[in-house]
Design a protein around this ligand. Structure first.
Ligand SMILES: O=C[C@H](O)COP(=O)(O)O
Length: 257
């Protein structure tokens, strides 16, 4: 945790969820009471097909809805793509960019992620920029170099605590059940914090949220979310079950007690 920074627990549903998933989403809304909302922000990033419906359902709640990717252009001949403006128009308040699955499956590099983050800001969305090393890079001792390069290349100038969230997701920890040690997480998050302060100023850089992502579940949330400079989690698999995502958010009851 970072003193004075409101954490965020964000669920990334990836390519999962149909209209029938609304009941799971409603359970999240019901479980996200005021006492929990006082402790942490909660966001669900469903597939784009559900953004509008979920945004409408959550209108009077403090649960927010994000998207998983956007095109860099505001409109045009880009069959199958969605602009940040369209996502904002559907009720999204944030968009994930540079997730490792996009970087790997769609060959997205830092330059493209940078353009997408700029597009998010142009549309008034918070950009959740993902960074993280592969297993090979960790074994070779290249973790901080890799993360440093991704931060420099993927985040546009002008980042603030309102328009940027950084998600550190070691690629080898995503969907595998493996997680780095708390000491390893602390080292990378401290490094990211230092880079953010250097680039965006001590105060602003000190308040930008840095989420940890990769096999977070209720049973390991306390250990991971309690680490210095870990300001929440980007949760994949466990976010598909309302009780698990809420269980992760509820960790803040223990941590803040
Ligand atoms: O965006 C979320 C991450 O890729 C983590 O996924 P996971 O919690 O299923 O490991």
């Amino acid at each position: 945790m970072t003193p004075g920074v409101r954490p965020l627990v964000a669920g990334n549903w990836k390519m999962n969820g149909l209209k029938a998933s609304a009941s799971e989403f409603r359970s999240m809304l019901d479980g996200y009471g005021e006492d929990l909302a006082d402790l942490t922000g909660l966001m669900v990033c469903p597939p784009a097909t559900l953004v509008l419906a979920f945004a409408q359902m959550s209108q009077d709640s403090r649960l927010s809805v994000g998207a998983q990717d956007c095109h860099a252009e505001p409109s045009g001949a880009h069959t199958g793509d969605l602009s940040a403006e369209m996502l904002a128009d559907s009720g999204a308040v944030a968009v994930i960019v540079g997730h490792s699955e996009r970087r790997q499956n769609h060959n997205e590099g830092d330059e493209e992620v940078h353009a997408k983050a700029s597009a998010a800001w142009r549309a008034g969305l918070t950009a959740i920029v993902c960074v993280g090393e592969t297993e090979y890079e960790r074994q070779e001792g290249e973790t901080l170099d890799r993360v440093g390069n991704q931060l420099a290349g993927s985040i546009p100038d002008g980042a603030t605590a309102d328009n940027l969230v950084v998600a550190y997701e070691p690629v080898w920890a995503i969907g595998t059940g493996n997680t780095p040690t708390a000491t390893d997480v602390a080292e990378v998050h401290r490094f990211i914090r230092t880079r953010l302060r250097e680039r965006f100023g001590a105060e602003e850089g000190g308040r930008i949220r840095i989420l940890y992502g990769g096999s977070v579940k209720p049973s390991n949330a306390e250990e991971l979310l309690g680490v210095d400079n870990v300001d929440g989690a980007l949760v994949g698999g466990a976010s598909l079950k309302a009780e698990d995502l809420l269980g992760i958010a509820m960790t803040y009851r223990t941590l803040k007690a």
